[in-house]
Design a protein around this ligand. Structure first.
Ligand code: HEC
Length: 220
């Protein structure tokens, strides 16, 4: 077997059967098409209509119903475009509730400046009320994905609502932060993939994780 694109005739049969195209030799014979001797999946796909293709070593002739296939593809694309348009009316609310500076972690528990910067850059979009919503966060269905992460993130731990008056809880948070940064599960990969500023170097990871662990012990 040759390659599928421009490959040998046998491939065409395999590909056509895979897509459920009918290879109907009789209809081809009946319409007596000019035999262009087209072979290969790509030629078949781009040919205008019922171009003749050769199948197999026996050189048996058959046709592929490219035209109906093309119509089907156009319909599928049209339906997807309309669905994507309608979806834009169903965007979730992207909320940043007002932040009371006094209740932010930085108010009572601020780490040294370099570590504070790491946390701001790599964690605050999901774990605070100071989320920077990028333009694509207004586009459904991406919006649902992002809002889900932010809501779950805020619920799990919110730097904008730091438990200042509960050192035990604050301590437990730092312990978790230390672990999740150390094991590499935070920040989320899907986030660092797009936000290069949030990618932590091994050194930054170590700094943040160690500082968090120390802070957790202090607060206990
Ligand atoms: C893209 C969003 C996102 C970013 C960015 C992010 N997180 Fe998270 N984080 C989540 C979500 C969602 C959860 C809840 C699900 C889970 O535990 O995996 C979570 C959970 C956590 C938890 C567990 C809290 C608990 O009580 O179980 C910790 C700790 C944490 N994140 C720390 C961090 C730190 C530290 C950073 C920055 C270095 C960070 N996260 C960046 C989304 C994010």
């Amino acid at each position: 077997m040759g390659s599928i694109l421009g490959g040998d005739a046998e491939d065409v049969g395999v590909v056509a059967r895979f897509f459920g195209w009918e290879l109907d030799s009789q209809s081809v014979a009946a319409t007596a098409l000019p035999n262009k001797g087209t072979t290969g999946f790509w030629n078949c796909f781009t040919s205008r209509s019922f171009d003749v293709i050769k199948i197999g070593a026996g050189n048996e002739q058959s046709g592929c119903q490219v035209e109906s296939m093309k119509k089907a593809v156009k319909w599928v694309v049209a339906v997807l475009v309309v669905a994507a348009g309608v979806m834009q009316f169903f965007n979730p609310k992207l909320e940043n509730p007002p932040v009371d500076p006094g209740s932010d972690m930085m108010a009572s528990n601020a780490p040294p400046a370099p570590i504070a910067t790491i946390i701001h850059n790599a964690c605050y979009d999901c774990h605070s009320y100071e989320t920077k919503w990028p333009w694509y966060s207004h586009v459904s269905p991406i919006s649902w994905f992002l809002v889900g992460h932010v809501n779950d993130g805020r619920e799990a731990m919110n730097f904008s609502e730091w438990p200042h008056d509960d050192p035990d809880r604050a301590s437990r948070r730092w312990t978790k932060i230390s672990h999740r940064v150390d094991d590499g599960s935070m920040p989320l990969n899907s986030y660092t993939w797009i936000h290069s500023a949030s990618r932590l170097t091994a050194e930054q990871r170590k700094q943040l994780s160690e500082w968090a662990a120390t802070e957790a012990t202090k607060l206990k």
